[in-house]
Design a protein around this ligand. Structure first.
Ligand code: NAI
Length: 327
C-alpha cells in the first residue's frame, strides 16, 4: 500500500523506515487539514498523529481521493470524526498501548528534577557557579504520593514510587488488585488530596476528568504540594493553577502536557513571539518545569508505535480483522 504520513518528524521517518518491509511510505512534515489533504493523492491510506485534523471535511476529501484507511500512530482518536469515517467507509486503526514505563519514568524524572533542581544545578556548574544556595530538596523516602488513575501507566508509577519508600495513595474508578496487594491504599479524592506531598495524574481526559484539578480541589491539597501531569493538559485548570503557584498553595508543578499545547508542542518557536500568555506565565515560575509532550519518547515506545501501526496496515491490506480498530 502507499501511505501518506502527516506531521512527520525525523524520528517518525527513522523508525517507520526501519520497520517497514512491504509498503510505500511518503512523508510530509505538514499536519493533515483541509489545505494539505491533497498531498494524499495517489495513496491508499494516511498515517496521522495527535494534532492532525480529521474532521468531516477532511474525511470527505480523503474518501474522494480513494483513501481506505486512517492509521493513527497514537492511542487517542479525539481528533477523528468517527461518524464521517463511518459514512465514507474509511476504517480507523490506532496504537492502543505503548511502553507505560516511558511515561511513568518521565513523571518520576519531573519529580526528581523539580525536587533536587538538577536542571538549575547543571546550568550553574557550567558557568563556574558551585554554590548550593537555594538548591535544597527533600527526601522522597517516607513522603506520601497520590496517584490519580492507576491503569497501565499509573501502575508502573506506583511501583516506582514504592521503590523510593513512599507511602502511595490512589484514586481511580476501579481499584487495581495488584496494587492493593502491594500496599497501595485507595481513597476518595477528597480524602486523598489533603494527605499528599506529591500528586501525579495518570487518568485519561474525559468529561468527568476535565479540570479535575481546579480551585476547589487545589484548596484541598497540602500547602506547597508538588503536582505532576503527564496525562492530558485539560485535566488541569491552568488559570487556577497559576493562581495557586502565585499564592504558594502549589509548591512545584511539573507538566509534560498543557491545555493549549496544539499550537506549541513539537515545534521550534525559539525565534517567534509566543502569543499564549498562560504558558509564558507558567514558564516564568522558578518552581515549574515544562516538557513538550515527550513522556512517550523512548526507543522502546517509538519501536512499538511503528511496529503496531505497520501491523495494522498489513492486516488491513490482507483483509484480516483489524485488532486495533477504532471503527
Ligand atoms: P489506562 O486506560 O491503562 O488507565 C487509565 C486509568 O484511569 C484507568 O485505571 C481508569 O479506570 C482511570 N480513570 C478513568 N476515568 C477516571 C476518573 N474519572 N477518575 C479517576 N480515574 C479514572 O491508560 P494509560 O495507558 O495508563 O494512560 C493514562 C493516560 O496517560 C492516557 O489517557 C494519556 O492521557 C496519557 N498518556 C500520555 C503520554 C505522554 O507522552 N505524556 C503518552 C501516553 C499516554
Amino acid at each position: 500500500m502507499k501511505i501518506a504520513f502527516f506531521s512527520t518528524q525525523s524520528y517518525d521517518k527513522e523508525y517507520f523506515t526501519r520497520y517497514n518491509t512491504r509498503h510505500e511510505l511518503v512523508f510530509f512534515e505538514a499536519p493533515l487539514n483541509e489545505t494539505t489533504v491533497a498531498l494524499a493523492t495517489g495513496c491508499n491510506a494516511v498515517c496521522a498523529f495527535v494534532n492532525d485534523k480529521l474532521n468531516a471535511t477532511v474525511i470527505q476529501q480523503l474518501a474522494g481521493l480513494g483513501i481506505q484507511l486512517i492509521a493513527l500512530r497514537c492511542a487517542g482518536y479525539n481528533n477523528v470524526d468517527l461518524n464521517a469515517a463511518q459514512t465514507y467507509q474509511i476504517k480507523v486503526a490506532r496504537v492502543p498501548a505503548y511502553s507505560p514505563h516511558a511515561v511513568a519514568e518521565h513523571a518520576v524524572a519531573l519529580i526528581l528534577a523539580l525536587n533536587r533542581k538538577t536542571h538549575k544545578a547543571y546550568n550553574r556548574v557550567r558557568e563556574g557557579n558551585f554554590s548550593l544556595d537555594k538548591l535544597i530538596g527533600f527526601d522522597l523516602y517516607g513522603k506520601t504520593v497520590g496517584v490519580i488513575g492507576t491503569g497501565k501507566i499509573g501502575e508502573v508509577f506506583c511501583d516506582i514510587m514504592k521503590g523510593f519508600g513512599c507511602r502511595v495513595l490512589a484514586f481511580d474508578l476501579v481499584a487495581n488488585k495488584h496494587l492493593e496487594a502491594k500496599g497501595v491504599e485507595y481513597l476518595p479524592l477528597v480524602t486523598l488530596l489533603p494527605q499528599c506531598d506529591i500528586i501525579s495524574l495518570h487518568c485519561p481526559l474525559t468529561e468527568q476528568t476535565r479540570h479535575l484539578i481546579n480551585t476547589d480541589t487545589i484548596n484541598l491539597m497540602k500547602q506547597g504540594v508538588m503536582l505532576i501531569n503527564t496525562s492530558r493538559g485539560a485535566l488541569i485548570d491552568t488559570k487556577a493553577t497559576i493562581h495557586a503557584l502565585k499564592t504558594g498553595q502549589i509548591g512545584y508543578l511539573g507538566i509534560d502536557v498543557y491545555e493549549q499545547e496544539e499550537k506549541l508542542f513539537f515545534y521550534n518557536l525559539s525565534e517567534e513571539i509566543i502569543p499564549d500568555d498562560d504558558i509564558m506565565r507558567l514558564m516564568s515560575f522558578p518552581n515549574v518545569l515544562v516538557t513538550s509532550h515527550q513522556g512517550f519518547f523512548t526507543d522502546e515506545a517509538l519501536t512499538q508505535i511503528a511496529q503496531t501501526t505497520l501491523l495494522n496496515i498489513d492486516d488491513f491490506e490482507s483483509g484480516k480483522p483489524l485488532v486495533n480498530k477504532v471503527i
